[in-house]
Design a binder for this molecule. Sequence first.
Ligand SMILES: [Zn+2]
Length: 440
Amino acid sequence: MRARRPAAAAALLLLAACAEPPPGPLPPLEPAPVPAEAAPGTGTPPAPPAPVVTKSPTPPAAAASPPEPVREPETLLVQLLAGGRRASVEVAVDGPWAMLDAEGGTILKEGAVSLRCRIGTEVPASSGKDDQRLAKGGRKVIPRQGQGFSVDGRAYAGSLEAWRGLPDGYPVPLVLRNEVGWGDYLAGVLAAELSPESPPESLRALAVLARSFALTHLEGLSDDPGVHQAYRGKPSAAALPALRAAVASTESLRLASPDGSPLPGFWYHSTCGGRTADASLVFGAPPTRAYGGVVCPHCTSSKYYRWEVEVPEEDLRKAIRFGSPVTDLSVARRSPDGRVVAFRAVAAGGTPKEVPALEIRSALGPNRLRSTFIASVEEVPSPSGKRGAAPRAFLFKGRGWGHGVGLCQVGAMAMAREGRTAEEILAFYYPGTRQVRAAR
Ligand SMILES: [Zn+2]
């Protein structure tokens, strides 16, 4: 998780070079990729542990006040990863457009046909005579007929803001933000997080979760699945009807505590492996019934329900930052629900060291060590067969994919295929919660 939000980069410099192309057809836009199986442990990331608040003694309240209503803004501002990866991007609009100074809202340029524009901290000199090197401020690109735009060929609904990132060592040179309506945003999240061929009730359940998540992260919402929930812009035309139907039929619904107050985060993941995890043990969240974990018999069809992976000794050594070969690795501690909390690692000639399982998973890669729900770790002997030699590799045998907290996506799809409703699916994975409508 990033320490600083690029969304705070307002009022920073942007360099843009724009050239209006001759009228003509634009190249085809890249359709949003659709995963064959639920996205890897994506969904919602670990939220930081809730701060400990020391309260001074307070007099007993006369009556419990109802929770503040959760308001749903008309549009969302989603930061796009595309900006952080490149020094400049190509922005295109088919049809009438306007370019504004994002700070002042002044119209700088307009076009009636189409736009091709490179925006970034560096812009190739060959962009054309209309290249502009802007001294300050951001840019907003508004498609005039609601037709959306594309960034490096990926299509998005809504409009685009572009800013330069913070200059002092900030890792994101270009900050792109997509202002988008709820319907388009949620359809994009569903397309990225679940296959559009998923049963309708599982799509509906995820639509409620995705809205709930976005409502609690309105400031600095990102499309980065490693930070927030995945969003890759417009889904393919073929996928759109099913996604729109799921979103429309759950309009404004969010998951809430029994008293209507928001839940602390809305996590979901690919495959739990037989039991969802307790959020208080994985993320240090306050213990709640909703996130206490449930036995899930529904994800056995996932190819990651059980898995094995062989990790070369050298890779493990790097992951746990040992200077000498790892001679032994074993499970040091498990949580009551069976996930590994820490491993015990021994280096050649060294003393044993306890290493958090989440740290090893993160260092090796969440798609390699697919979860911390690990049954065993075995040594794969070195070919030399020498006594005392470090193993060639370590064989991990585990269950599930992802952090394991909240809804199990493969399990939700199976429940929907068995005829369970979205309401039943959410009640199963988040016990004691209810669905309420967000205010407008
Ligand atoms: Zn499951």
